[in-house]
Design a binder for this molecule. Structure first.
Ligand code: DON
Length: 303
């Protein structure tokens, strides 16, 4: 398949949408990003890489990090992880508090903020350094040793992190956070601050296209666990828009408020698209459209 030609065609098709939507403005470092950026990359399971636009420009990965922390935790903990977090779509915004009280401090899934905080807590317990383990994993899988945190974003997340702090304290009151809340929050804010490009992330999600096998051939997840992560991305990866995303794109995907979205075509490739303008539910406007166009043009989806 002519992936480069297809990416060129996708970019031309979404051109009018680039700059639409609103750039995340809850911290100054994200609000300052140029809304007119657009990049898209595709990394095949055999190691070929294609891209268009700003595909080599690093951006704030934000909630995309939640896929990798889940995988790293699942690899170490197996099914035990599901005692502390569910696998159902929440139907609520990513930072919502409302379900936690009537569901006794057990978050609906690992991709809403509450669930991601539980996963970070567990990864911290298992490794002693959740954010470091995540950064090293992303460096290894992307092949980019320069991939790193953005300290300005991390510090700013902490300064504006009242809602995440509320979620973590609330879950701690139910006994669902094991480490000191301040430490969990610190690791979570730093994990969200990682900066990576579309090229980096398309490569880094390759293990999910390879049924759990890492870039060096080592196995991170069992085939069944890789299926589980992909399934949760499909049903929960874009929050209260997961139904719409599955309908339009038909792939496991995970978005972040930095405007990035990763998507996986099992057996074939990892994809990443980035454009900072977000819709009302926190997903990149041009990014979702680009993935929609990609699967429509190629006929490649999981359905
Ligand atoms: O914790 C937060 O709210 C942000 N650091 C990340 C949220 C995010 O990316 C949600 N995604 N759409």
């Amino acid at each position: 398949m002519d992936y480069q030609g297809i990416l060129d065609e996708v970019m031309a098709a979404v051109w009018p949408l680039i700059g639409q939507g609103r750039v995340a403005n809850y911290i100054p470092a994200l609000a300052a990003v140029d809304p007119n950026r657009f990049g898209m990359a595709l990394a095949t399971v055999d190691g070929d890489l294609f891209g268009v636009g700003d595909w080599r420009v690093p951006f704030s990965i934000q909630s995309i990090s939640k896929v990798f922390t889940l995988a790293l935790t699942l690899a170490r903990d197996g099914d035990d992880v599901w005692r502390r977090v569910g696998k159902e779509p929440s139907g609520n915004p990513f930072n919502s508090l409302v379900q936690l009280e009537y569901e006794q401090g057990i978050p609906r899934n690992p991709f809403i903020n509450a669930g991601a905080l539980v996963i970070t807590d567990r990864l911290l317990q298992l490794t002693g350094d959740a954010r470091g383990v995540l950064r090293d994993f992303l460096r290894a899988e992307s092949g980019n040793p320069a991939l790193d945190f953005d300290p300005v974003v991390a510090v700013s997340e902490a300064e504006h992190g009242h809602r995440n702090a509320a979620l973590a304290h609330f879950m701690a009151s139910y006994g669902n956070i094991e480490n000191p809340v301040a430490e969990v929050l610190e690791h979570y804010f730093w994990q969200c601050s990682l900066a990576a490009s579309c090229a980096d992330l398309a490569r880094a999600c390759g293990f999910l296209a390879r049924h759990g096998q890492r870039a060096d051939g080592e196995r991170l997840l069992t085939r069944s666990q890789a299926k589980q992560v992909n399934a949760i991305m499909l049903t929960c990866g874009t929050y209260d828009a997961a139904g719409e995303f599955a309908y339009r794109v038909g792939l496991p995907g995970k978005s972040g408020v930095g405007g990035g979205i990763i998507a996986v075509i099992p057996n074939r490739c990892g994809l990443c698209v980035w454009s900072p303008g977000l819709d009302a539910r926190g997903n990149s406007v041009a990014g979702v459209e680009a993935l929609d166009r990609f699967t429509t043009l190629t006929g490649l989806s999981v359905f």
